[in-house]
Design a protein around this ligand. Structure first.
Ligand code: NAD
Length: 301
């Protein structure tokens, strides 16, 4: 067997088109979609991300503004800004770039992001709402994983699903969203004894551990759907023997591809879908802010 590749880029492109149409409709109705991103400090990785985001927002018609704060910003100052953005009725979405400078308590800061405008779904209250099986706005990567699994056509009700990695922002919300869809979910973490016992019995295996190549063919039940969330930069030799940086997932692609029925690649799998879900959440936030949807009226995610 050789796995079919889940083309996250193509699926994300389709979602982006829908988002662009939604944004256009809202704008035409006098309800513009306005996202403000806050960047504290000068982490080069966040700057690149912010520039990509600005471009993508423009592509779908979202009005994007970047608010930059100095690296020495205080907790109070940052939270004041977030509260101003919450109170500003012309702003429909807010996001706060990570990592924050070391003097900032991230969870505390995320708590100051307006719950309805929280396009990344990182306000602890929004993460908590996932316990209900949906959220006002759910974390983007968790939504991306669920969407990719659904794209394969796999039956979720009654499925055995193993999630490797139990972070607040990926593993735990993914496990809860899939539980709500009727799956039997096993959530593994670094202290799990004998990981292979849990991964081998999964119809659907989701890996979000941040450990390059952790999952090999021997971990995978023949015919399983495998979703690789990991994004790891590793040093590898190029054709000339020079060391270069490469992005790899948590799944050893060549070892797992012969075993799986579906496999999401890195790059080109969960990554682009996370961005698509951020855009979709941005529309959802605008609809909530304009009162076109109710927070719990329509399950999301
Ligand atoms: P995290 O470090 O917060 O959590 C990692 C989790 O994996 C922990 O629960 C830990 O116990 C578990 N773990 C680590 N090594 C393990 C092992 N050997 N066996 C079993 N469990 C193990 O990480 P995170 O923020 O959830 O991110 C996980 C990975 O997903 C990272 O590579 C990150 O870059 C990537 N990520 C990708 C996207 C995306 O858009 N594609 C978004 C978020 C995170």
């Amino acid at each position: 067997m050789s796995a079919k590749i889940i083309d996250g880029k193509a699926i994300a492109a389709r979602i982006k088109q829908q988002v662009a149409a939604d944004v256009q409709q809202l704008t035409a109705a006098g309800k513009p979609v306005r996202l403000v991103a806050v960047l504290a400090g000068h982490a080069p990785v966040s700057r690149v991300y912010a520039e990509n985001q600005a471009r993508m927002c423009r592509e779908v018609g979202v009005d994007y503004t970047l608010r930059e704060l100095p690296a020495e910003v205080t907790q109070d100052h940052l939270e004041d800004l977030l509260r101003q953005l919450a109170a500003d009725s012309t702003i429909t979405g807010i996001m706060l770039h990570m990592p924050l400078p070391p003097q900032i308590n991230s969870q505390q800061a995320q708590y100051a992001i307006d719950m309805l405008k929280d396009v990344e779904g990182v306000n602890p209250a929004n993460i908590g709402h996932v316990v209900y099986g949906y959220s006002i706005i759910a974390p983007c990567t968790a939504l991306a994983v669920v969407a990719l699994v659904e794209e394969t056509g796999a039956t979720l009700r009654g499925a055995e699903i193993t999630v490797v990695g139990a972070s607040r922002i990926v593993g735990k919300p993914v496990a809860l969203l899939l539980t709500e869809r009727g799956a039997t979910v096993t959530l593994c973490q670094i202290y799990t004894r004998d990981l292979v016992v849990h991964t081998r019995r999964a119809d659907i295996l989701i890996v979000a551990a941040g450990s390059p190549g952790l999952i090999e063919g021997r971990h995978v039940r023949p015919g399983a759907v495998v979703i690789d969330v990991g994004i790891n930069r590793v040093a590898v030799p190029d054709a000339t023997g020079k060391t270069v940086q490469k992005t790899v997932g948590d799944v050893n692609f060549n070892s797992v591809a012969p075993q799986a029925s579906w496999l999401s690649p890195v790059p080109g799998g969960v990554g682009p879908m996370t961005v698509a879900m951020l855009l979709r959440n941005t529309v959802r936030a605008a609809r909530l802010v304009y009162g076109l949807e109710r927070p719990f009226g329509k399950p999301q995610g």
